[in-house]
Design a protein around this ligand. Structure first.
Ligand SMILES: [Zn+2]
Ligand SMILES: [Zn+2]
Length: 297
């Protein structure tokens, strides 16, 4: 579980042989097998967060059984591994509900959990960055149907975030064009030059770090997420998607950076061209896509 640079390509890669043991579960039936459904007592041992309403849990964070990184401080200090904690955030007790159907209230529980786990994981001295991400359905990399996100702390800054930081240091930021929604603290838009087809960004207007999110902003973002996913559903249907959250690492200081979410509806697939060139083809007509998103229901 170490970050190494490939000597042939110069690319960084996280070596990890544990994750190969993961089991997929996309059964249409809510089976006893689902580790995220209510009633699993064994999970309580690994539970890091829970929001309980009227005696029932709404969201829960648990240790990831197949972590990308491990939290062994001694081995990290010896230089054997890179340090990190990896958790799964279960977003609903309902096996079948997803971002496409969550209410504002449900998004609020989810965002409060994101914030709490983010602050906790980022507080460790070895940790340099924390990322929250989500894979919805198999074609977006999920191994379970039951709606969940993941949070990972790292003793390094990953290349994607490092690149954004480098651009931000030079004063280069994404242009906020094709605006889908705008409220007091958030702006949702379709970037013109995204390297992935169909990307939507939701950007906070005030803060560079996610841990600063206030309860009012959580409420505002819940409304935004509900609206954005309603639009995605109307244009594409309930397709697979990825979400990831970028927040400026603690030890980096760029006043103009704003924490944000990337939402990637998975329209396209990757193949030899992308592997061979390191380039992704954005084949969507962004103007057309914007028109579709803004058209009345
Ligand atoms: Zn389930
Ligand atoms: Zn970003």
């Amino acid at each position: 579980m170490k970050l190494v640079r490939n000597s042939h390509t110069g690319r960084c890669v996280l070596m990890n042989n544990v994750r190969d043991k993961r089991k997929s579960d996309f059964s249409k039936e809510c089976s006893d097998e689902c580790p995220f459904c209510p009633g699993r007592k064994d999970i309580l041992e690994y539970c890091r967060y829970e929001e309980v309403v009227n005696g029932k849990w709404m969201v829960r964070a648990i240790d990831n059984k197949y972590p990308a990184l491990i939290c062994d401080e001694e081995r990290h200090n010896n230089g054997e591994i890179d340090y990190g904690k990896h958790e799964v955030m279960i977003e609903t007790p309902n096996h079948f509900k997803s971002f496409y159907k969550f209410s504002e209230e449900e998004f609020k529980y989810i965002l409060k959990m994101y914030k709490s786990r983010f602050i906790d994981l980022e507080s460790e001295k070895m940790v340099k960055s924390v990322i929250i991400y989500k894979n919805h359905l198999k074609n977006a990399g999920a191994s379970k149907l039951h709606s969940h996100s993941q949070i990972l702390s790292m003793s390094f800054i990953p290349p994607e975030l490092e690149r954004e930081i480098e651009m931000a240091k030079r004063g280069v930021f994404t242009r906020e064009v094709n605006i889908l929604l705008e409220s007091e603290n958030f702006i949702s838009f379709i970037p013109m030059d995204s390297y992935l087809s169909g990307e939507i960004m939701i950007k906070n207007k005030k803060y560079s770090r996610f841990d600063k999110i206030t309860i009012d902003e959580i409420e505002e973002l819940s409304v935004t997420l509900k609206e954005v996913f309603k639009k995605i559903c109307r244009v594409y249907g309930e397709i697979p998607f990825n979400v990831y959250l970028h927040s400026l690492p603690r030890k980096v200081d760029i006043k103009e950076y704003r924490w944000h979410l990337h939402i990637i509806p998975r329209k396209g697939k990757f193949g030899g061209f992308e592997f061979g060139t390191g380039l992704y083809i954005n084949s969507l007509d962004v103007n057309k896509m914007y028109e579709n998103f803004m058209s009345k229901e």
